[in-house]
Write a protein that binds this ligand. Structure first.
Ligand code: NAD
Length: 354
């Protein structure tokens, strides 16, 4: 059965790494006798340049009728002077909202051969294997009003969460913990924020439905500290949009580079898969982009959207093997091994797919 995948390269290195994911999926299709059909559309700055908006109805409709979506990254200095509502990042926020992608899943697990690439000590990160479940369509990024007042001298953003929005993401957190090490850390700022107090209340209520899962509540400031002093103490973290955004970037240091991290954004019916990193305008076009976060996002797509576990594992093993052979891109700060460009790194992973 053929799966229809919409590719949204976006901007900067998004354009480069999406090709890597496609090449890897082509090899998976050949090796495992399955079929993927690709259709490509613009999002972000590239959509603004071509259509005058960061996301068109045509792209939204194509995504709605796809089996899954792969996205590179959006943004860049080129669009700094574009009106706020037309900025590339608005395209990303809009597609998340249009597809109701409320649940963002970010696994953070260091590869053994890269433990020494992290600025943290090896004995601190050894054994850490974290899943961050981040709420993606509510909170500060979407709340209204969002405006300037008093001649632009006062700025307002609004942090709103409804019970329903919190309940469904908290359930995802518990479900994820149930199939892992049965430990859920709910991160909030309940000592200050009303939305966090509602969040904590709901986590307590829901915990009764998952008696096999141990639950901790942690304030976001403490969580930020513990994530780099004792990362192995976490299993699943569930948190709201802004906190999840910041903590998952922080957690990227465990893996040696933000270029290594994949993510899945899920609704109840469709999934969009993208690396955690942005469009990296500082290295765009130089062939230096680490494609592994994007490639591992494609593996997540096979697992979560298509139920293709062995094919997903084939990609993950190929990435692991490529790193063990010493190949890596220049973002990984390690002296040994062979530094390669994006296309060579991709080719090595493709060859290692068994
Ligand atoms: P970034 O993730 O693009 O880059 C941060 C640093 O990490 C840069 O030095 C970059 O070179 C490096 N880096 C990131 N990904 C890499 C990779 N795959 N390989 C090698 N090095 C990599 O974050 P930023 O600089 O804060 O943002 C740049 C633009 O990306 C902004 O316009 C921002 O809004 C946008 N952004 C988009 C997304 C997204 O599309 N999901 C996420 C974050 C930022």
């Amino acid at each position: 059965m053929s799966k229809k995948i919409v590719l949204l390269p976006g901007d900067g290195i998004g354009q480069e790494v999406i090709n890597s994911a496609k090449e890897v999926l082509d090899k998976v299709a050949k090796t495992y006798q399955c079929q993927f059909e690709f259709e490509q559309f613009e999002i972000g700055g590239s959509s603004y340049d071509k259509h005058g908006v960061p996301l068109t109805d045509e792209t939204i409709n194509a995504c709605k009728s796809a089996d899954a979506i792969l996205l590179g990254a959006v943004g860049g200095t080129k669009w700094d002077n574009v009106p706020t509502e037309l900025k590339p990042e608005q395209g990303l926020l809009k597609i998340r909202k249009e597809l109701n992608l409320y649940s963002n899943i970010r696994p953070i697990k260091g590869f053994d051969s890269l433990l020494h690439a992290s600025p943290l000590k090896e004995d601190i990160i050894k054994g850490s294997d974290i899943l961050i479940v981040r709420e993606l369509t509510g909170g500060l990024y979407f709340g209204k009003p969002r405006e300037r007042r008093e001649n632009g001298t006062v700025a307002v953003d609004t942090l709103v969460y409804s019970r329903k929005e919190i309940e469904r993401i908290v359930e995802k957190g518990f479900e994820s913990a149930q199939i892992r090490n049965k430990h859920l850390t709910s991160v909030d700022k309940a000592n200050v924020l009303e939305s966090s107090r509602l969040w904590r209340e709901i986590v307590e209520e829901k915990s009764k439905d998952y008696p096999d899962v141990k639950v901790d509540h942690m304030l976001v400031d403490a969580a930020a500290m513990k994530l780099i002093t004792n990362p192995a103490s976490f299993d699943v973290i569930v948190t709201e949009n802004l906190f999840g955004d910041i903590l998952s970037d922080e957690a990227s240091v465990l893996t040696g580079s933000i270029g290594m991290l994949p993510s899945a954004s899920l609704s109840d019916t469709v999934g969009l898969y993208e690396p955690v990193h942005g469009s990296a305008p500082d290295i765009a076009g130089e062939g230096k982009a680490n494609p592994l976060g994007m490639i591992l996002s494609a593996a997540m797509m096979l697992r979560y959207s298509f139920g293709m576990e062995k094919e997903a594992q084939a990609i993950e093993s190929a990435v692991n093997e490529s790193l063990q052979q010493g190949y890596h891109t220049s973002d990984l700060n390690i002296a040994d091994g062979t530094v390669v460009q994006t296309d060579k790194m991709t080719q090595v992973v493709v060859e290692n797919i068994k």
